[in-house]
Design a protein around this ligand. Structure first.
Ligand code: HEC
Length: 478
């Protein structure tokens, strides 16, 4: 084949992708515009609006064939690109901070949902075992991708894969719409935003839906959810090996070995994360990348919505039974994940020391911290409305920090020198300090304090070296 022919073919297939991608991009712009006008909490999460818009349009009008290649490309490859770019939000440090518990939760969730849901599908709802396995795999691991991989390994019928994907997308969409709203409205007591991230990462099916549901709450939730979800995606590999082995044992006659698809994009994500841990991007560049990333996810949501046919569920006359399995799957995955996360967070809460002030005054460093006046803003503990106190070493208020910390960005009533007191708890987990991470030592961080903190800072630097060291030691132990 000549090079020009290959080139022409490439160009033709790229042109085939054009309409679908362009439509997804255009609707993504519409979705973020609409979301902006809807007010909180939807304004913070155009992803939800994009999914709804896609579903609405996709089911009201038949999707023309000319759009399909581009929409499929968006769902497959732009989704993967989007996930790789999420690596720019995450560092190794965050990963190590995550700890083993969330990953263990994801593992327990995976096995429980897979085994129980398959059993329920076959025994209670009398589904074809092949279809039940696909639905269970989609619910337990990562939605459509897991279904396609499992279908490839077990050589399931294509029609079954299609039905399972439609069901899982629908159930996941429901979770995407309901979980963040439930969290913000206080229906998931006992979880903070990171634990909500673990809950979402462990229980929601599709990566894009995980992204949407966690980003609706906070960036911290998003980071945790992404890490948990991706560890779960990696667990797909051992599962495929086991299922492939079982299948081969069942039909020894067909000696063909199905190659197991490897989720390469996870490696891409890890590579970007490593890059992000070792280099600091220019903040402006990083912001542009993250905004582009969010736009990609909007496009993916639109494409998912446009191609999810609700009518597909009626195929094969198993409609209501499928919906039953879908509902059981949702209830199961959310209760298991919530139960695990809440029980772990309850155990963590009882070990916290409430008497932060007395602990502070027990050490020399703590006493000097207090006598210099640092605790005027870095208040050891705040009392919550329910009477409990939280240890933060912050008043959570905004202060004018003087010219050294001024980034010249004026927004609303805030000048560039206005910053909220950073809580000093868990200070030892940070390697860089201040809003832009410019300080790498505690000394530099304190030295940058000006404005309202000027007097306190000057008092602090009049202490002798040994006394200042004692304060740094006290801070590093928080
Ligand atoms: C007027 C209020 C105020 C006082 C007084 C004050 N701070 Fe701060 N502190 C802040 C604010 C606001 C920030 C965040 C500034 C930023 O991000 O640019 C901060 C940030 C810090 C940080 C960096 C934390 C991080 O992780 O980024 C450290 C360390 C710190 N303060 C220590 C001290 C010490 C020690 C003292 C006493 C000498 C002190 N502060 C007094 C308001 C104050």
């Amino acid at each position: 084949m000549s090079a020009t022919l290959a080139l022409r073919r490439g160009a033709a297939s790229a042109r085939g992708l054009g309409p679908g991608i362009a439509l997804a991009a255009a609707l993504a712009v519409v979705a973020s515009w609409v979301a902006g006008g809807l007010g909180e909490p939807l304004a913070r999460n155009p992803v939800l609006v994009a999914m709804l818009l896609g579903l609405l349009l996709g089911n009201a009008f038949a999707c023309p064939d000319s759009l399909k290649p581009g929409l499929d490309f968006t769902k497959r490859y732009l989704l993967r690109l989007g996930i790789v770019l999420v690596g720019f939000r995450i560092t190794l440090h965050l990963f190590s901070e995550l700890g083993i518990a969330p990953i263990a939760i994801a593992g327990v969730e995976l096995v429980t949902v897979l085994v129980v849901l398959r059993w329920v599908g076959v025994r209670v709802f009398k589904l074809d075992p092949e279809l039940a396995l696909l639905v269970a795999a989609g619910s337990a691991i990562c939605g459509a991708a897991a279904i396609l991989c499992v279908a490839a390994v077990t050589r399931a019928r294509e029609q079954h894969a299609g039905i399972a994907i439609a069901l899982i997308t629908l159930a996941g969409t429901l979770a995407l719409l309901v979980y963040p709203v439930a969290f913000v409205a206080g229906f998931l007591p006992g979880l903070d935003d990171r634990q909500f991230g673990t809950f979402v990462g462990a229980s929601i099916y599709e990566l894009a839906q995980v992204y949407g549901a966690s980003f609706a709450v906070s960036e911290g939730a998003l980071n945790t959810a992404t890490l948990v979800k991706l560890s779960k995606v990696l667990m797909l590999i051992p599962l495929l090996v086991v299922l492939g082995g079982l299948r081969r044992r069942r039909d020894r006659a067909t000696a063909s070995t199905t190659p197991i698809p490897f989720p390469w994009f996870v490696l891409g994500f890890v590579a970007v994360m490593l890059l992000n841990s070792s280099f600091t991007l220019h903040p402006q560049a990083r912001r542009l990348i993250l905004e582009f990333d969010q736009f990609l996810f909007l496009m993916v949501m639109i494409a998912l919505g446009l191609t999810t046919r609700l009518s597909r569920l009626k195929e094969g006359g198993v409609g209501w039974r499928l919906l039953g399995v879908g509902a059981v799957g949702l209830a199961l995955s959310s209760t298991v994940a919530y139960g695990l996360v809440a029980s772990i967070s309850a155990r963590g809460a009882t070990t916290e020391t409430p008497a932060a002030e007395s602990a502070m005054l027990a050490s020399t460093g703590g006493r000097l911290f207090s006598s210099s006046g640092c605790d005027k803003c870095h208040v050891p503990s705040l009392r919550a409305t329910d009477g409990d106190s939280v240890t933060l070493f912050s008043d959570l208020l905004i202060h004018d920090m003087g010219p050294a910390l001024d980034d010249k960005i004026v927004q609303g009533n805030a000048t560039g020198a206005d910053w909220r007191t950073t809580p000093l708890v868990a200070l030892h987990t940070r390697r860089r300090y201040l809003h832009d991470g410019r300080a790498t030592t505690l000394r530099d961080a304190v030295l940058a304090h000006g404005g309202e903190a000027q007097v306190v800072r000057d008092r602090f630097f009049r202490l002798d070296d040994g006394e200042r060291e004692a304060v740094y030691r006290f801070l590093s132990a928080l």
